[in-house]
Structures are given as C-alpha cells and as structure tokens.
Design a protein around this ligand. Structure first.
Ligand SMILES: [Cu+2]
Length: 153
C-alpha cells in the first residue's frame, strides 16, 4: 500500500514539473448585445470588459450575438505591436507576446461604449499612453471606468 502511494506521488510530481515551464492559458471574451445575467449595464458589452493575462496567453473573442467586432484602439496598444480589426461576427483569437495595456473597441458600438481592455504581464509599460487617448461618446465614460478598475488592482 505504501509503495503504491509513493509511486503515485512520484508520477504526480513528474507530471507537474514537466507541465510547469510551458503553461499558457486561453481566455474567452464574449461579444454581447444583451445578457440579462450580467450585472449592471448588459447591453453592447465585452464580457469581461477588463481581463488580466500573462505573456503567452491567448484570448478568444467570441461573438455570442451578432453585429460585433474587436479592433485595437489607436494609441492604446504597446509600441511595435500590430493592430487588429476583426470582421463582424468573426471568432477572433490573439496570443499576446508583448507586455502592456491593450485597449480595444467594437467598431459599430464604440460610441455607445462597447470597449474593453486587456492587461498583459507588466501592463504599466504603456498604461499612461493608453490613458492619455481621448474618446468620444460613451466610450469616454466606459474607458474611464476601466482605468479606475486598473488603478484599484
Ligand atoms: Cu458591438
């Protein structure tokens, strides 16, 4: 009995040490027109609107309802990183290989405040630059709320 337990432990340790170096997670951000299960403002939202991930992690934008896309916002992604602009209703995937703050919008619903932010690793790199970007309509209020959440981390 003792022997079996020991070998089980040995295998468990081996597996966990092998898995450790290359762990990368995948997260999903839902693109929503309306979801009564979300607390507060549930109309035209990314869910979750603020996401913190590690370098090497992948984010999948999932169009739960139609009419949405995801596009990086000019000035709100780290320098040298390629911008993105997905097709409407497309499931879109990004793997992050550069630390920083990533602000993005839904092009059709930017003015009603459908925006979001992803923090990758040491997100402070371009946080001030991202915060300095000016916005129109309800995007202004929405980004302000997101930066308040970031400041509270
Ligand atoms: Cu939208």
């Amino acid at each position: 009995m003792n022997l079996i337990r020991r070998s089980d432990l040995a295998i468990a340790l081996l597996v966990s040490s092998m898995a450790l170096p290359a762990v990368a997670d995948t997260f999903t951000i839902r693109m929503i027109s309306e979801d009564p299960n979300i607390e507060g403002d549930s109309t035209m939202v990314f869910d979750p609107p603020l996401l913190r991930v590690a370098l090497g992690d992948t984010v999948i934008f999932e169009p739960v309802q139609s009419g949405h896309n995801t596009a990086s916002k000019n000035g709100m992604i780290p320098e040298g990183v390629e911008s993105w602009n997905s097709r409407i209703d497309e499931t879109f995937e990004i793997t992050f290989s550069v630390d920083g703050t990533y602000g993005y919008v839904c092009m059709p619903h930017y003015l009603v405040g459908m925006v979001g932010m992803i923090l990758v690793g040491d997100y402070s790199v371009n946080l001030d630059d991202a915060r300095a970007v000016r916005h129109r309509g309800h995007a202004k209020k929405a980004f302000k709320a997101l930066f308040a959440l970031v400041d509270a981390l």
